[in-house]
Design a protein around this ligand. Structure first.
Ligand SMILES: Cc1cc2nc3c(=O)[nH]c(=O)nc-3n(C[C@H](O)[C@H](O)[C@H](O)COP(=O)(O)OP(=O)(O)OC[C@H]3O[C@@H](n4cnc5c(N)ncnc54)[C@H](O)[C@@H]3O)c2cc1C
Length: 560
């Protein structure tokens, strides 16, 4: 650590603490504004969506900045410190106008925020951490980092796993990724087979059920590290493969019958069958409680009728987890939903038809997309499609628990999506580092220019902060906490991936826009991250802001 390091870190902590207390006051006021008869009111919450959105983003930025600073220990390098301070300065700069808007809307006294803006400590931090000299220094550091910024104090088993999967990603995934993307191919067996052998499909499944996860407790960090490493090679063809078994296996562990766990978990862990998750419908995506896809009880099981959409990997999958309305009374909302498991033959094609002897039909068509190619996302149409009672997750007792069981998998799914975003960011940053070192403009390497260094510095700071936050929340989840934080880091990392891949592409100039440059794929792939696993707006409003508001209310409640 440099001599100035500890001082600057203390200053930055002071700045963040001042903003944190302004944030808490804003959250309390917003909570009060959304109460009717002492309870949070949906209409009032909707009337304050913009303020809630600002609250969620400010909460995300502040937590990431605080976590990055807290992680700086005696072993921190000068670059670690530069990047953590830069992220803190940028997070504070982004938070201030958001808090001002929130205070204005709620009629709060702005003087504390004005005082903050005029605080000389704030100017000092900005100059020291985000001034041009600091950016140059940090940018030069990032240029020699190989994109390995942020946390690196992993214990031996985790470090070994990270190394092994990074190597696999570079040696096996990356060489296939371009062809899969540009020719819109299906993920090949040459990739799936070694991944099966490495146990990636069973990461969240306890060893007792044939998985590679611990029998007691969780190892969320391992799942994050593996996902991140695979996503560096390809988001669509490798990094996202684990998300589906993660969601289904957690649903089965949370609510499957003993027979279902014994039957399906070892198979899912082995990646045979592969699986897919069908929640979204043509008319309902974010609003899961309103899903209408219909299951009708028949002797021995259920008949499925209706459409699902965006069901990723439905072709290659042999098992679909289909969220189904089994209670015809729509006013039951999410309590009328159940999880039904549909078995089907796997297909590599972009279209498929499954016909049952009883007359049921399932058709699938891959929706052409601008990126995220390899697994393909399918529109599905079911007509009279029979599913036996044995395939209702949880059996008779599982009826009506579909929403709850889906959510059991979503915490892991969101952590994975944050990890996927970090992997794509690292790939983009490494590409930018390589290109800016090689490319000469106006007689000098692009990397020698101050503006380039500032871009590399900010890309590095963002990646380091997101990785640090994801790793730290993984630890919380293993202790049974961190549900809201998983959504928060998903929000931040996915938007950050859009920003980092945008800059990486921009630094490539015209070549960035060429299909043959990997950065154009990173840019297109990153764009989907803020849409699925909870669209950004829905996640920010309904999960993150809502939880922050509830926490503000709890903090105000008199002790029992
Ligand atoms: C490539 C890809 C793969 C996917 N894979 C899967 C999969 O495997 N399985 C699956 O089930 N689904 C999958 N999805 C679907 C994805 O989860 C949905 O697209 C997502 O949940 C959003 O739903 P929607 O598309 O219906 O958008 P809508 O819910 O119609 O939302 C449209 C916009 O409105 C915003 N919005 C929604 N509600 C509000 C509100 N109350 N206030 C303000 N703004 C709001 C949203 O954030 C979004 O910006 C995938 C999608 C894509 C693009």
């Amino acid at each position: 650590m440099t001599a100035k390091g500890p001082e600057r870190i203390t200053e930055a902590r002071g700045i963040l603490a001042a903003l944190r207390s302004a944030f808490d006051a804003g959250a309390r006021a917003l909570a009060q504004a959304c109460l009717v008869n002492g309870r949070l009111d949906a209409r009032k919450l909707d009337a304050h969506q913009v303020a809630s959105f600002d609250l969620a983003w400010t909460g995300a930025d502040l937590l990431a900045a605080e976590t990055s600073l807290d992680a700086l220990d005696a072993g921190a390098t000068a670059l670690d410190i530069d990047l953590a301070l830069l992220f803190a300065a940028d997070a504070a700069a982004a938070s201030l106008p958001r808090l001002e808007a929130l205070y204005l809307e709620l009629g709060l006294d702005l003087s504390s925020l004005h005082a903050f803006a005029q605080d000389p400590r704030w100017d000092a931090l900005r100059r020291a951490a985000a001034g041009s000299q600091a950016l140059e220094r940090a940018g030069r550091g990032v240029a020699t980092s190989d994109g390995d910024v942020g946390p690196r104090r992993l214990d031996e088993p985790h470090a070994l796993a990270q190394d092994a999967f990074r190597r696999f990603s570079a040696d096996v995934v990356a060489p296939l990724a371009e062809a899969i993307h540009r020719q819109d191919l299906t993920v090949p067996e040459s990739l799936l087979k070694p991944l099966r052998e490495m146990g990636v499909f069973g990461l969240s499944i306890p060893e007792a059920y044939g998985g590679s996860g611990p029998n007691e407790g969780e190892d969320t960090l391992l799942m994050v590290l593996v996902t991140e490493a695979l996503s560096e090679g390809s988001l669509a063809a490798a990094g996202s493969l684990i998300t589906r078994p993660e969601i289904l296996s957690r649903a089965l562990l949370a609510g499957g019958t003993a027979e279902q766990k014994a039957h399906w978990l070892p198979r899912l862990a082995a990646g045979d069958p592969l699986c897919a998750i069908a929640i979204t419908e043509p008319d309902y995506g974010s609003d899961v409680a309103s899903l209408i896809f219909k299951g009708t009880r028949v002797p021995g099981g259920w008949k499925l009728d209706g459409a699902k959409t965006w069901c990723t990997f439905a072709g290659k999958a042999g098992l679909l987890m289909v969220v189904t309305r089994t209670n015809p009374d729509r006013s039951a909302g999410y309590k009328g939903l159940s999880l039904l498991l549909v078995e089907k033959p796997p297909s590599d094609e972009h279209e498929f038809v499954v016909r049952q002897e009883e007359g049921g039909i399932l058709t699938g068509r891959a929706i052409p997309t601008i990126g995220y190619r390899g697994m393909h996302s399918f529109e599905l149409s079911f007509q009279d499609f029979f599913v036996p009672d044995a395939n209702v997750v949880g059996g008779e007792e599982g009826l009506g628990r579909g929403f709850y069981l889906t959510m059991a998998g979503m915490v892991g799914g969101r952590m994975q999506t944050a990890a996927r975003a970090c992997g794509v960011m690292r790939a983009a940053l490494r590409a930018a580092i390589r290109y800016t070192a090689d490319r000469k403009v106006f007689g000098a390497p692009l990397a020698d220019f101050q503006l380039t260094q500032s871009k590399l510095a900010r890309m590095g700071a963002r990646l380091a902060a997101c990785r640090q936050l994801a790793y730290s929340i993984a630890g919380l989840i293993d202790c049974g906490e961190g549900r809201m934080e998983a959504s928060l880091v998903k929000l931040l990392a996915c938007r950050s991936a859009e920003m980092v891949t945008r800059e990486a592409l921009q630094l490539h100039g015209g070549m960035g826009y060429a299909e043959e440059s990997a950065v154009s794929r990173y840019f297109l792939d990153a764009r989907v991250l803020s849409i699925f696993e909870g669209a950004e707006e829905t996640l920010a409003l309904k999960v993150v802001a809502r939880a922050l508001i509830e926490r503000a209310l709890d903090a105000q409640a008199p002790a029992a």
